[in-house]
Unconditional design. Structure first.
Ligand code: Z5A
Length: 206
């Protein structure tokens, strides 16, 4: 029986770096692993990703449009990748999922959580990840790790207070459902983080 694992956190906490570690760790245990991401994960959802992250020309993207595009990408991703993989008993590891909508569009943009919950129920029904791993670090530290990047997408261009609200929203969600969430201190050296990730993954493999 496969498991559904999601990696979350604000920009710069090390999701991309640790996705690689998680997938290799699970493959090393002879598990059949599917690696994916949101927004994205299918051809169509990647096109939506491009619209939502890189639209910069004619008009600003309305906050509701941003939320609905995230869910349009997610609906396609769920139908085409997530449900088939889980049905086949594969392990699915996603760089972001539903919690990012609550954190960014809810915490960050200020959309009421109960409106997001309506979309969650519509698109996901009762689908929930088995584990959500939140890589957590102070905003200043996380943003300092990506400061050297020359090109920043629409959301990455937001200010520190936006990311502070996003971080708080993630931590609140973890508090409400501690059985499914794990918080890892992403300010620590990678070796320490990966030791913690191994423990979290071993718990699921057992
Ligand atoms: N979004 C949304 O708004 N609503 C939604 O519903 C969904 C998504 C699903 C997707 O971007 C954007 O979409 C995201 C939220 C929004 N916007 N933002 N911001 P993404 O997830 O593809 O990209 P990102 O969040 O901007 O990730 P990132 O900038 O690539 O950061 P990262 O993957 O977490 O970090 P990294 O690239 O692995 O590491 C950054 C640097 O730090 C790198 O040089 C590493 O070598 C270094 N690093 C990492 N860990 C460490 C430690 N422990 N010590 C020292 N250095 C480290």
């Amino acid at each position: 029986m496969g498991k559904f694992i999601v990696l979350e956190g604000i920009e710069g906490v090390g999701k991309t770096t640790n996705m690689e570690f998680i997938c290799q760790y699970l493959s090393g245990k002879h598990l059949d692993v599917v690696r994916t991401r949101e927004p994205g994960g299918t051809v169509l959802s990647e096109k939506i990703r491009d619209i939502v992250l890189h639209t910069k020309d004619t008009e600003p993207l309305a906050v509701d449009a941003e939320l609905l595009l995230m869910f349009a990408a997610r609906a396609q991703h769920v139908a085409e990748v997530i449900i088939p993989a889980l049905t086949q008993g594969r392990w699915l590891v996603s760089d972001r999922f539903i919690d990012a909508s609550y954190a960014y569009q809810g915490g960050g943009r200020g959309i009421a959580y109960d409106r997001i919950a309506i979309l969650e129920h519509w698109v996901l029904n009762n689908l929930k990840p088995d584990r959500v791993i939140i890589l957590d670090a102070p905003v200043e530290l996380a943003l300092s790790r990506t400061r050297h990047r020359k090109v920043k997408d629409r959301i990455e261009q937001e200010q520190a207070d936006f990311f502070t609200r996003v971080r708080e929203a993630y931590l609140q969600r973890a508090q409400v459902d501690p059985a499914r969430y794990r918080i890892v201190d992403a300010a620590k050296p990678l070796s320490h983080i990966q030791e913690q990730l191994s423990t979290i993954l071993d718990e699921l493999i057992k």
